[in-house]
Design a protein around this ligand. Structure first.
Ligand code: SF4
Length: 85
């Protein structure tokens, strides 16, 4: 399951991103100093990202198109990372 459905990352300054794959903060979802985590979790911005993930359209999310984690869904060279051992 995509991290976009599982977690949020909150920076020490309160800025919230969808996962550790966005360490450059290309997509800031909100500021925990100003908005509740629940509101950020239910935000339209994150909802749109989840819909794209659900539809397998990772490439349309800027950070996700660059992320190695999304590749496990494409059957490429990163598959070995996700196989059960
Ligand atoms: S594909 Fe990468 S950047 Fe996008 S939500 Fe998943 S882990 Fe984060």
């Amino acid at each position: 399951m995509s991290p976009a459905f599982q977690r949020l990352v909150i920076g020490c300054d309160g800025k919230v991103t969808k996962c550790c794959g966005d360490s450059n903060r290309m997509i800031t979802l909100g500021d925990a100093n100003e908005t509740t985590i629940a509101d950020i979790w239910k935000s339209e911005k994150l909802h749109k990202i989840r819909l794209l993930h659900q539809g397998g359209r990772y490439e349309e999310v800027p950070t996700c198109s660059l992320c190695v984690i999304n590749r496990h869904n494409k059957g490429d060279e990163w598959n070995w990372l996700f196989k059960e051992h």
